[in-house]
Design a protein around this ligand. Structure first.
Ligand code: TRP
Length: 444
């Protein structure tokens, strides 16, 4: 079994060099490891909590998507999507909200920090606190639990949110699981060995300190200008430098092999001037970043390509989220009216709202059909057929023949075959719904 690794990136800013070394680079590397299924998403609903500037939100989503792709994220291997393209996330968020004790949220660090600041300023404790900020950990729990993530790599500030996600998952499992657990309990993964870069002034590189080095913004020129502004001490050219405590060295080391870093260090200790060291750091960064920047500019100039990649990612993600959500709706009692009362009677009265097959021509001109549940949910999509008659015959057969005769199940996927030919595949979780839907039609 692969380990499912999931993390979200809030889309409220422009990535800088510190984000690259601290989060993007290690995540891209982790996603390429064998045995890992990575789910990385743009947390744009989270961005709305902090930012009410639509332009900024839209721009940031694009920049962050382009940065991850330019940095080598392979959308074929990774499920890379936007939170707001997955309607099951807010839906699950509400279900979780309804089992989350308010007291648990009162203890959230981010919320408490706001309250403390307000108290210190002598204003109402909840001044400026929105429900978004207050219940932010529930949304985060929905992000994680919907995809049954095993590991969630995050910064230390997020540890509490992971504990809350586990807590909420346990409550939900306990209330509705009936012995069966819907949710895996996610584990936090703190990357201790990833690089935390110093910013221009030597403090941790962070947008809130206004000391960042841009990653792609402003091109090579802006990169060079920033590197030239990094603080150093007043040691003169020729004087030995204290490399170990030089921010320039820390930055260089985060991007170089041990050999190259050793060489940089030796030169500093032998009296290389700060000016030369800055030129060396700049040249090295530019070597690494230039090809990525080229891909980044190409992507941001073609937002339609980014959109296509994200849409494909959303489709991949929803293959998992939709059937789980169907199970959860069932579990909490949000069922089709027909499944709680007399199904036959209701199905007859509700003509037009019952399950149905829908045939259509796909974008390649071939013929397919979908099976839709009474509530409009897509349960099954067929393989393509060359002619509409063949598709029609298969629909007829599905209505007559017991599904068990045609279906086999393996590793959570049901395959439906007719005369050895694959007709369709779907998640095992959907099997009861597919069976019900077909049975309902057979009675018409
Ligand atoms: N809250 C996280 C942060 O600010 C971003 C995030 C949103 C996230 N949803 C998530 C991280 C789910 C991990 C898993 O960094």
């Amino acid at each position: 079994m692969n380990t499912r690794v999931l993390t979200g990136i809030t889309t409220s800013g422009t990535p800088h060099l510190g984000n690259y070394a601290g989060a993007i680079r290690p995540s891209v590397q982790a996603s390429a490891q064998p045995g890992v299924d990575a789910f990385y998403f743009l947390a744009d609903y989270h961005a709305l909590i902090k930012c009410d500037d639509p332009q900024r939100i839209a721009r940031s989503r694009l920049e962050i998507a382009a940065t991850w792709l330019a940095a080598g994220l392979d959308p074929e291997t990774v499920t890379f999507y936007r939170q707001s393209d997955i309607p099951e996330i807010p839906e699950l968020c509400w279900m979780l909200t309804c089992v989350t004790p308010k007291g648990l949220m009162n203890r959230a660090h981010a919320y408490k920090a706001s309250v403390d600041q307000n108290v210190a300023r002598d204003v109402e404790p909840d001044d400026g606190v929105t429900m978004g900020l207050f219940s932010y950990p529930v949304l985060m729990a929905a992000d994680i639990l919907l995809f049954n993530a095993n590991k969630v790599p995050v910064g230390r500030d997020q540890i509490q949110h992971l504990e809350m996600a586990r807590d909420i998952a346990q409550r939900f499992n306990h209330l509705y699981g009936g012995g069966q657990d819907f949710f895996v309990l996610p584990e936090v993964q703190i990357e201790d060995d990833v690089a935390t870069l110093p910013g221009l002034d030597g403090r941790k590189m962070s947008k809130s300190y206004d000391n960042t080095i841009p990653l792609f913004e402003g091109g090579a020129k802006a990169l060079r200008a920033s590197v030239m502004r990094i603080v150093t001490d007043s040691r003169q050219p020729g004087e030995p430098k204290d490399a170990e405590n030089a921010h320039l060295y820390t930055l260089y080391r985060a991007f170089a092999t041990p050999q190259a870093s050793g060489e940089f260090r030796r030169q500093l200790e032998e009296g290389m001037s700060w000016g030369d060291a800055k030129n060396m750091l700049y040249a090295h960064l530019e070597d690494i970043l230039a090809p990525m920047r080229e891909r980044y500019l190409d992507l941001t100039a073609h937002p339609d390509r980014i959109e296509d990649i994200l849409q494909a990612g959303a489709q991949k993600a929803r293959k998992l989220s939709r059937p789980l959500m169907a199970q959860l709706r069932e579990a909490v009692g949000l069922r089709a009216a027909a499944s709680t009362t007399n199904r036959n009677a209701v199905a007859k009265v509700n003509k037009g709202k019952s399950a149905r097959f829908i045939s259509f021509r796909d974008e390649t001109g071939q013929f397919r059909f979908r099976l839709m549940a009474a509530d409009g949910q897509e349960l099954l999509l067929s393989e393509p057929f060359a002619d509409p008659k063949a598709a029609g015959n298969v629909i007829g057969l599905l209505k007559q023949q017991p599904l068990n005769d045609l279906a086999t199940e393996e590793k959570g996927i049901v395959s439906v075959k007719v005369d050895g030919m694959l007709i369709s595949q779907f998640e095992t979780a959907l099997l009861p719904l597919v069976r019900d839907a077909i049975a309902e039609m057979a009675q018409d």
